[in-house]
Design a protein around this ligand. Structure first.
Ligand code: GTP
Length: 326
């Protein structure tokens, strides 16, 4: 089975980290966000993934020189200008000929971290086919839905039901549902008739509302672990959650090749390969990237560090890029 994986966004909210590394290639535990997603897709039966690329395609090509990731064969669709989500899906799916076939495929946002079973989502989509489904969308409940695409659906079925309304980023208090678009979908290739892939188009603002009106969009709500890793706080939390047993999978906190002085204190943090933490430094609830350096007596809390934090510096709730922090 194919998956189209959206990885072409600018990742502006994670600057300066994303000045150097595209968001899906940022660390998540000891792997990258994209490697974790590919493992999950592979477990769900995906054999081939088309990376829908735009901004900064080169790091992806360099990261996977044999065009394989977690056992999944990679294909690349590079947009010459940003096509937005639906434009990107249409362009990428066409690049591997999905529009000429009758086929089911998965679509995933490249910055979602979740314990969703892709196999279960596909199975539910297949069950929805006899009810006229062309697409099934994973939903997750959130406390404040105003930052997301809110989905109203017929909840008579325990496994979801037909979507009756799709409202992208509604004003607070204007919708009754707490279920939002969780960024993983299963599409029939017939949906591609709505996705020409030759101009910018939004799946959230145009395609899903149109499919909902046609009665062809179905919901798959779950309360699996779910996080949109695109914000500084959620990016750091996604890492910390992976090492402290909140998830169905777990990664090691400190890479075997990291150098941590015996007098440094490191707690609830991910420390990548080749990183170094000097004497007396304190690192709490943070992500220290591969080869990053934390100087002597520096204090780092609730932050992600790609470059160097100088000796005696203090960093809190921050993203430190390649330029470092004095
Ligand atoms: P911000 O700039 O911080 O909002 O991040 P982003 O650019 O990643 O945007 P957002 O999180 O809204 O995007 C959701 C998903 O769609 C991400 O996986 C993006 O990589 C992807 N995406 C957004 N726009 C495009 C686009 O024009 N082309 C492609 N290929 N992917 C896109």
């Amino acid at each position: 089975m194919f998956a189209v994986v959206l990885v072409g966004g600018f990742g502006t909210r994670l600057r300066p980290l994303t000045n150097d590394i595209p968001k899906p290639l940022l660390p998540l535990g000891q792997r990258t966000i994209l490697e974790c997603l590919m493992s999950q897709l592979s477990r769900g039966g995906v054999t081939d993934a088309v990376l829908a690329l735009g901004f900064k395609p080169e790091p992806f090509l360099a990261a996977f020189p044999d065009a394989r990731c977690a056992g999944v064969r990679l294909h690349y669709a590079i947009e010459s200008s940003p096509l937005d989500t639906a434009g990107a899906i249409g362009f990428a799916a066409r690049s591997v000929g999905l529009h000429e076939k009758t086929e089911t495929f998965v679509v995933a946002n490249g910055d979602i971290v979740t314990d969703l079973s892709i196999a279960a989502l596909i199975a539910q989509h297949r069950a929805n086919l006899r009810l006229g489904a062309l697409a099934t969308i994973h939903l997750t409940p959130v406390d404040d839905p105003s930052q997301y695409g809110v989905v109203q659906f017929d909840s008579l079925l325990p496994t979801g039901g037909k979507v009756s309304g799709f409202v992208e980023k509604p004003a607070p208090g204007t919708v009754s549902s707490r279920h939002v678009n969780a960024g993983t979908y299963v599409f029939e290739s017939a949906v591609l008739r709505r996705l020409p892939g030759d101009a910018p188009l939004s799946v959230e603002r145009v395609t899903f509302p149109a499919l909902a009106t046609a009665g062809e969009l179905f919901a798959y709500p779950t309360d699996d672990y779910w996080l949109d890793a695109g914000r500084p706080d959620t990016y750091v939390r996604g890492n910390v959650d992976l090492i402290n047993g909140v998830r169905s999978e777990r990664d090691v906190a400190i890479h075997a090749t990291a150098r941590i002085d015996a007098t440094a204190e490191v707690s609830n943090s991910v420390v990548g390969a080749g990183a170094s933490i000097a004497a007396g430094a304190q690192v709490v609830d943070s992500v220290i990237f591969p080869n990053a350096t934390i100087g002597a007596r520096a204090r780092v809390r609730s932050s992600a560090v790609l470059g160097t934090v100088a000796a005696d510096a203090e960093v809190r709730d921050a993203l430190v890029g390649a330029g470092g922090h004095q």
